[in-house]
Design a protein around this ligand. Structure first.
Ligand SMILES: [Ca+2]
Length: 591
């Protein structure tokens, strides 16, 4: 029998909503084998003339691997053109120097001292999954009526449908790609996931290499835009390029270069990523929707040195110290380009911009509420042509990772397996290493370094001894940036079903966890045909303050047996309609 957790996740999956599971935590385990599928509550209507968003994330693409960021050997003409026409960020940061924590922060807007996933699956803590407490930017936009798709690497297990860490449960209407982190390392997979279904790729069985996954993702991404060109959409294209292994169908333009084969293939991977971005923008133009689409391109961490590639050959870190796995700049500073013809002005910004800013930015541009308790800040003013956006007081970074590679370990001075933290405030950055992998050791056991990035962008001159008070101040900020379990404020609809004799009491809450008030709020309960419903008080409110909530209760009398009850919460946020939903099976409340 599926576990209660899977059952609860199934409710959320069916509706693509948040809150369902938390609402039912106190419920008794239902006999889920006997349950029909949860009813599908229609999504909100797509906003007329809404902006589209295409978020393209490269995997391990270094700060210096694009021509627009100084690359000389690898050709990236499409991205260079995007950077010239759009807004190029010189100081953008992944939240972590390896994949899973970086991506968790990117999707949820929480930095690596608050996010659910702070380590790779094989890190000391072995984290690999999102939970129902996580609210992604896809969930934010979906509540506003966006059609949402994710194509490529999701990277969070388990390898199962109908569970809270599946993209379908975290706001994506359509998913095609790898579920788990490890599976995404296979460029010729024998299967991929399409929503909750595992789809076999017989051409790649038994280790055959006939179908290259990036080609499948390209086709699916273009199809998604074709299918939804009349609607407002969010497409996340999470490419696995140019992650190890160095695999590409063709070496192409690099065939005659005097480089080892892994480096030729790596260069081809980066150019293939560039070509992918070019095809996406060309398709947006041919569909006539480029002018109302914002394309954002970035990477999840610094360049790798796996599969015998040599990042030094290409200057892949752009002159910064560090590779993937390091908390020095090369491990975490990433390219970031925002492009939208006629909308995003061309230019360059040095605003320190963590990828946690994506959630509030996309939400603001879409007119959707964002949870007020995220760490990101919106850069929407910059994308609209303003000179700046609100700046972070400081940026926090965490690393606890068992794997190490020789180059990154040497850059860390052979502390690559030790837990590390970094913090940037203004132009000053602290990096510190614990004695081992325990974050709770006293401060005086850590090795602390301090760098002035304005004068010393390569982090070569440690000034911690010269400026001890400043080093101490940054360490205090590291301490305060960390929460073992970050408590989230309620957001969206939650639902509770309690048995009361022959009847049930259903309590629903619509929580406005955003920073702006909502108007015209209402909760509507849906039950199977023939059941009677009696509201116990008001089910609507003219006004729900920021941080406030609307709660409604009903007595529900079933005609027989159990069944699904669903609740839809609607409100207007800055005048625009938003919609959240949750459902629960009444057998979950049976004594
Ligand atoms: Ca990565």
């Amino acid at each position: 029998m599926p576990s209660r957790r899977r059952f609860l996740a199934g409710t959320a999956v069916a509706l693509g909503v948040t809150g369902a599971a938390t609402a039912c935590e106190s419920a008794t385990t239902p006999d889920t084998d006997a349950l029909p599928q949860a009813p599908v509550v229609p999504a909100a209507q797509s906003p007329a003339n809404g902006l589209n968003f295409v978020v393209i994330v490269a995997d391990d693409l270094g700060y210096g691997e694009l021509g627009a960021y100084g690359q000389k050997l690898i050709h990236t003409p499409h991205l260079d053109a995007l950077a010239a026409e759009g807004l190029r960020f010189t100081d953008a940061y992944a939240a972590a120097p390896v994949c899973a924590p970086s991506r968790c922060s990117l999707f949820t807007g929480l930095h690596s001292g608050h996010a659910t996933v702070r380590e790779n699956p094989w890190g000391p803590g072995g984290q690999a999954a999102l939970t129902d407490r996580d609210f992604t930017f896809a969930e934010a936009l979906r509540a506003r009526g966006y059609r949402t798709g994710l194509v490529g690497k999701w990277g969070f297990g388990p390898e199962e449908p109908n569970q809270p860490s599946h993209p379908s449960a975290r706001g994506f209407d359509e998913f095609y790609g790898y579920l788990t982190h490890r599976h995404a390392h296979d460029y010729y997979p024998s299967y991929l996931w399409r929503n909750a279904e595992r789809e076999e790729i017989p051409e790649n069985e038994d280790g055959a290499r006939r179908v290259y996954a990036p080609d499948l993702f390209e086709a699916r991404a273009l199809d998604f835009m074709d299918a939804h060109k009349e609607e407002a959409f969010l497409l996340c294209l999470t490419s696995t390029l140019p992650h190890a292994p160095s695999r590409a169908p063709e070496i192409g333009a690099y065939r005659s270069r005097p480089w080892p084969r892994p480096d030729k293939l790596h260069a081809a991977q980066v150019s293939n990523f560039d070509a992918l971005v070019g095809k996406v923008t060309k398709r947006l133009e041919s569909l006539g929707i480029a002018d109302r689409t914002v394309v954002i391109v970035t990477s999840d961490n610094g360049p790798h040195e796996e599969g015998r590639t040599d990042p030094g050959l290409f200057g892949a870190s752009g002159g910064l110290r560090g590779l993937k796995r390091n908390l020095y700049e090369g491990g975490i500073r990433v390219p970031l380009i925002a492009w939208s013809p006629k909308r995003v002005p061309s230019g360059v910004t040095d605003r320190p911009t963590p990828l946690t800013d994506l959630l509030p930015t996309l939400a603001e541009l879409a007119g959707a509420p964002a949870p007020a308790d995220v760490d990101g800040l919106s850069i929407a003013p910059l994308l609209r042509g303003g000179t700046d956006a609100a700046r972070h007081d400081h940026l926090y970074f965490y690393r606890n990772h068992s794997g190490r590679t020789p180059g990154s370990d040497a850059i860390d001075r052979w502390r690559g397996r030790r837990l590390a933290e970094a913090l940037r405030r203004g132009d000053v950055k602290a990096v510190r290493f614990a004695p081992g992998q325990d974050r709770n050791v006293p401060d005086d056991q850590w090795e602390v370094e301090l760098y002035d990035l304005a004068r010393d962008p390569g982090e070569r001159d440690d000034i911690a001894d010269k400026r001890p008070a400043e080093a101490d101040a940054l360490v205090r900020l590291m301490r305060s940036s960390w929460a073992d379990q970050y408590e989230r404020k309620p957001f969206g609809v939650s639902l509770d079903v309690a048995a009361r004799g022959e009847a049930f009491t259903v309590t629903a809450t619509l929580a406005n966890g955003s920073a702006k008030p909502w108007t015209a709020a209402g909760l509507e309960l849906r039950v199977p045909g023939g059941w009677s419903v009696q509201a116990l008080g008001a089910v609507g409110a003219d006004f729900v303050a920021a941080g406030g909530r609307l709660t409604a209760r009903w007595t529900v009398t079933p005609t027989s047996g159990g069944g699904w009850v669903s609740c839809v919460g609607t409100a207007r946020h800055v005048g625009a309609p938003v919609r959240y939903a949750a459902s629960a099976h009444t057998s979950s409340a049976a004594a």
